[in-house]
Design a protein around this ligand. Structure first.
Ligand code: NAD
Length: 315
């Protein structure tokens, strides 16, 4: 049996912190090396090894992979949808070159498994709005979506051509209380809980009726680990799997919060992110993931709201 040594790139980000902690529980603290361009997140400090690393510096990345005897890489470093629209060149450059650097090193060093997340942002205005299927029209209109779609096909290419066992999920908007979101269009669904507790009011940058696919972070971590642990023979999709848990609008999340904070008030001031949200599906069909490797979500809007408010109150 292989003794796993895992490198998490982008470990100080919204997903990275929680994924690193979850992987450390499974594989042992010292076998999961956290890395990021920015400083180590406070929640990671003292829980295991950390290296400062720029995924764009291929040589440095290669040295670390060899020096740390890495067998699996989780690549989370990226520029997200909203930030990407402000700096399209940087988003394309980091999201593409970072992935190609990791795939190349994985091929050369015979890395056992690679994880790289895609996003619902691959879908565009011409994709079905409801229950958007695994295989459908995919014409993204954001630079982030274009980079994720191209990335999916690079993953498929490295799997087919070089047998790199790279696996991927198209995450919906992710909601968490431990680490802050990093510039996505669904960030409102995190901010709203903080503002509800602190200010009792929130000004939302999306319209009240904007439905988007969403997922609570514990489900996203569970999906990621289950996908990575599934036998290779069960993985039929080598681009990226649709994955889903719930869909709601700002009006509905506000109503769920009002059950706990009756005086909470929401107002709406849509900005450039409305155009991005309008280009995405409102709900996702993830039946292929459910069939292939048994994906099942645990959290809906009500359960997540209760958990978010409890945990933020105790922070
Ligand atoms: P994030 O912005 O919170 O974290 C990304 C981390 O990468 C940051 O800590 C950043 O410092 C680091 N980073 C940036 N450039 C780097 C570089 N050159 N070298 C090393 N590290 C670098 O993002 P996240 O929300 O944790 O997202 C992680 C992945 O999941 C991304 O690929 C993102 O596209 C995808 N995703 C996220 C969501 C979501 O709702 N959070 C939804 C869909 C897909």
């Amino acid at each position: 049996m292989i003794r796993e040594r895992i490198l998490v790139i982008g470990a100080s980000g919204q997903i990275g912190v929680e994924l690193t902690l979850a992987l450390r529980k499974i594989y042992g603290n010292n076998n999961v090396v956290a890395s990021d361009l920015r400083e180590e997140n406070d929640l990671l400090k003292g829980t295991g090894p950390y290296v400062s690393l720029d995924v764009m510096n291929k040589e440095m990345l290669h040295v670390q992979v060899i020096r740390q005897n890495i067998t699996q890489i989780y690549l989370l470093a990226a520029i997200l949808s909203a930030t990407g629209e402000k700096n399209p060149n940087l988003a394309w450059h980091l999201n593409m070159q970072g992935l190609l650097n990791v795939l190349d090193i994985a091929r050369e060093e015979k890395i056992y498994k690679v994880y790289w997340p895609s996003s619902i942002a691959v879908f565009g205005p011409t994709s079905p709005k409801q229950n958007c299927p695994q295989q459908t029209i995919i014409e993204p209109t954001t630079v982030y979506g274009i980079s994720k779609y191209a990335g999916e096909f690079w993953c498929n290419y490295y799997f087919q051509r070089f047998h790199v066992d790279v696996r991927s999920l198209r995450y919906p908007g992710l909601i968490s209380y431990k680490s802050a979101p990093g510039g996505g269009t669904t960030d409102y669904a995190v901010e709203i809980y903080h503002e509800a507790l602190e200010e009792k009011k929130y000004e939302c940058f999306l319209r009240e009726d904007t439905y988007l696919p969403m997922m609570y972070m514990p489900d996203a971590i569970k999906a990621t680990i289950e996908l990575m642990e599934a036998p290779a023979a069960q993985i039929s999709v080598r681009t990226s799997y649709n994955i889903s848990a719930m869909s709601f609008s700002p009006k509905e999340i506000a109503a769920a919060i009002k059950n706990y904070i009756p005086e909470f008030d929401i107002s709406y001031e849509p900005d450039y992110r409305q155009t991005i949200a309008d280009s995405w599906p409102q709900s996702i069909d993830d039946s292929v993931a459910r069939k292939d490797w048994g994906w099942a979500h645990e959290y809906d809007l009500q359960r997540m709201t209760k958990d978010m408010l409890e945990n933020l109150r105790n922070k």
